[in-house]
Write a protein that binds this ligand. Sequence first.
Ligand SMILES: Cc1ncc(COP(=O)(O)O)c(C=O)c1O
Length: 463
Amino acid sequence: MVMIRAAATAEEEILARYEERTGASRFRHEEARRYMPAGDTRAATFYSPYPTYMRAGDGAWLSDCDGNRYLDLLNNFTSLVHGHAQPDIVEYAADQLTRGTVFGTAAEPQVALAKLLVERVPSFEMLRFTNSGTEATMMMMRAARAYMGRDIIVKLDGGYHGSHDFVEVSVKADLDASLEPTAHLEGRGVPAAVLNAVMVAPFNDLPAMERLLNRHHERIAGIILEPMPNSGGMVPPAPGYLRGLRDLADTYDVLLLFDEIVTLRLSSGGYQAIADVRPDLTAVAKIIGGGFPVGAFGGRRAIMQLFDPLRDADALFHSGTFNGNNMTMTAGLESMRRLDETAIRRINRLGELLNDGINRIFKTLGIRAQCLGYGSLQQIQWTDEPLATLADARRASERAGKLRDLLHLELLNRGVYTSNRGMFSISTPMTEAEIDYALSALEGALALLKATMREVAPQLLRA
Ligand SMILES: Cc1ncc(COP(=O)(O)O)c(C=O)c1O
């Protein structure tokens, strides 16, 4: 048996306990590093010293290959809204599996899921399926450019829409910007030419958006944003902001594009139904695939008809070997059917309970942080100041230094699985008992980390 060494600091104690509990994960990681860079295949799922290897999921719970159990508050980055191995979804998918996964031609499950989504999401008059959210935003932006005959899409400074070239711009908000951030390439390998077709504007700032549209609207096809930016930090839209964007888009004759890949789960019609603002195009993904890879984009009939191959030579090309495959469509249909108004209300209420509980813990422990979000999507923000732009959220997060990573590891030590960005999503198998479990883990972890806060982020502690 490995002995836990005498721990000098909270950080050492957290790491020592993590390594003590996850020997089998470390072993697998060592092997994985031989075949994949850092032993992983997805930037968002890697963390130091090595990721926990999960072996099985059941409802709201995961177990790792050392036999530890975790409450899953990540749900594959919000996509598993019914948790793991939901019995009815498993039954439909298993039945479909025996009858063929994909036929290379049209099949009925596509129509059923398309119909359900068109009936639910206000802006969907027609849609098309893809295999990921990345493809969905890529095609949605292409459709907007084609329809408007213009090249530029405006995105939020700090907005995330997947990993295709035209959204690998200003994903990290510009901390130097005062009022008007400028677009920057997010990483090497993205052609500089992309900057000819992307502009950025700060979130929650209608005057800045208007200045940009006023100057450049004749070259702008549309504005893309998440109505509540999730990886930007779940900063809510200011009252009137989304309505104001709709009005600006109409005034300056540009399209409004919502990325509801994460926010769709918040009501049966997504955040656009909550805000009562109808975009011209919308991209969705994650929950609509019932646990399988998926994306979809759609909106106004006149725009989506551009994809109709019967339109002579000017039809837009959109293909994908597994688009609308039977597994995704069948599991997705059952997932969405089960996510009715009652289910959504219930998980949103559980999310609000989590939010109240986390904010209460911060208050009790004298920590100047807050939990932000809406319903079943919640996020820790390392400041108690109000946040407006995504640069505000990034600044607070960076000032917290290694706290975020340590909290993540300590939550794993206490049987709660999240991402290291402090985001929580509720799934339908959860009850108040799971929320209490999460809160008690969070309270213990944050109490342990107070000493570290004093060292690395003293601004977080009340005098
Ligand atoms: C808002 C948003 N848009 C797009 C994407 C990309 O989706 P995918 O990972 O399915 O490509 C994500 C993924 O997390 C997302 O959160």
